[in-house]
Design a protein around this ligand. Structure first.
Ligand code: ZN
Length: 96
């Protein structure tokens, strides 16, 4: 039969081990987030490598998706064309 001190000691060890494991997971997540941000920073430090690339897809994800003319939306100004990214929701109007 373990003494109260031995039980307490074993519980404290388990508690600290669990807390350390959780912190290790948090550190790994933060390192992964930092690596993603560093990659974004490297891309956003430069102009778009191709002028027709979707800036959101390129800068945030490193994906080469080209903007293209898409159907107008209600509320678009007259005499404009709408450009849209086929890969994300980014779009805007340009004079025609
Ligand atoms: Zn996009």
């Amino acid at each position: 039969m373990p003494t109260p001190a031995e039980t307490y000691r074993a519980q404290l060890i388990r508690h600290l081990q669990n807390r350390n494991a959780e912190r290790a997971r948090q550190v790994a997540d933060l390192q992964e987030e930092n690596a993603r941000d560093s990659a974004i920073m490297a891309r956003v430090s430069e102009l778009l490598p191709e002028p027709t690339l979707c800036m959101q897809c390129w800068y945030l994800h490193g994906v080469r998706s080209h903007m293209r003319t898409v159907d107008s939306r209600p509320g678009d100004p007259p005499d404009t064309a709408r450009l849209g990214c086929p890969n994300c929701d980014l779009g805007w109007t340009v004079p025609q």
